[in-house]
Design a protein around this ligand. Structure first.
Ligand SMILES: NC(=O)c1ccc[n+]([C@@H]2O[C@H](COP(=O)([O-])OP(=O)(O)OC[C@H]3O[C@@H](n4cnc5c(N)ncnc54)[C@H](OP(=O)(O)O)[C@@H]3O)[C@@H](O)[C@H]2O)c1
Length: 255
């Protein structure tokens, strides 16, 4: 077993985008970062880049939709560190042409594909790692969600989500939000905090780099929630607030 005195964080889908910058920002705080990636070579490349910049980074092969991969990653973390302090469930997909899939036109295959990664994968990874999170003194779980999953925001006719009628991605994030509240309630009498992060519209491969925030900015909410103090919140959605009418552009969002 190595590095038992260091805080250890696993970030899924950390080979690029917001996950990679989350790993970088946590690593810059002296945290050992485990770079989860479904493609081992991409994970290795990302970990090497981070190590080159002085960060204690290790690649771990992790496809959140593959039960064997999830179990292997959990076994390895258990053997290597004996606990996990921070889990950032960051990996997600949109389902490709999901932008055009309204409730009336959505393909069930795409819905299943998106939920497999964004929802079922998140639960599979969390439950595989929960025994190791319970071994940490005060673990933090961050589920990377989105404001497009907020029922309150999507039903506001004056808000920017009103025109979004595509269902696969948004509904998967609504499920992530609800699942976050369920874990938070189940774990409320422990030191583990479970929250959902909204990176805001960020320029990554997820959206053809059309977002208006940088991946460094998009990682901020995840980093904040991953490093909450003991008196920090649990069971909230936190991050950038697109179209906030009260002038507050960063903070707690409605579910
Ligand atoms: N970008 C935005 O505007 C925005 C806004 C709100 C929320 N978010 C959320 O932020 C998170 C990060 O997204 P991003 O914008 O950084 O997108 P991204 O650049 O496309 O990164 C997504 C990451 O997830 C990984 N991934 C996909 N399926 C996986 C699987 N089955 N197992 C393991 N990893 C898998 C990808 O791996 P590969 O490289 O192998 O594909 C990649 O590393 C997501 O949860 C997303 O929903 C993004």
């Amino acid at each position: 077993m190595t590095n038992t005195n260091h805080t250890v964080a696993l970030i899924t889908g950390a080979n690029k985008g917001i996950g990679y910058e989350t790993a970088r920002a946590l690593g810059a705080r002296g945290i050992t970062v485990l770079v989860g990636a479904r493609d081992p070579e991409a994970g290795q490349r990302a970990a090497e880049e981070l190590k080159h910049d002085g960060i204690d980074a290790r690649a771990v092969q992790l496809d959140v939709t593959d039960a064997d991969s999830v179990a292997r990653a959990a076994d390895w973390i258990g053997t290597e560190f004996g606990r996990l302090d921070i889990l950032v469930n960051n990996a997600a997909v949109t389902g490709g042409a999901a932008g055009g899939m309204t409730a009336a036109t959505a393909s069930l295959d795409v819905l299943r594909e998106v939920f497999e990664t964004n929802v079922f994968g998140l639960v599979a990874v969390t439950n595989a790692l929960l025994p190791l999170l319970r071994e940490a003194p005060a673990a933090r779980i961050v589920n990377v969600s989105s404001e497009v999953g907020s029922l309150a925001l999507t039903t506001d006719p004056a808000g920017p989500m009103w025109g979004m009628t595509s269902i696969p991605y948004g509904t998967s994030k609504t499920a992530v939000n609800m699942i976050t509240t369920k874990y938070a309630k189940e774990l409320h009498d422990t030191a583990i905090k479970v929250n959902a992060a909204n990176p805001g519209y960020t320029a990554t491969d997820l959206n053809g780099r059309t977002g208006f925030r940088t991946p460094v900015q998009g990682a901020e909410p995840s980093v904040y929630l991953a490093t909450l103090p003991a008196d920090g919140p649990t069971g909230i959605l936190w991050g950038y607030r697109w179209g906030a009418t009260d002038g507050v552009e960063y903070g707690q969002l409605p579910w």
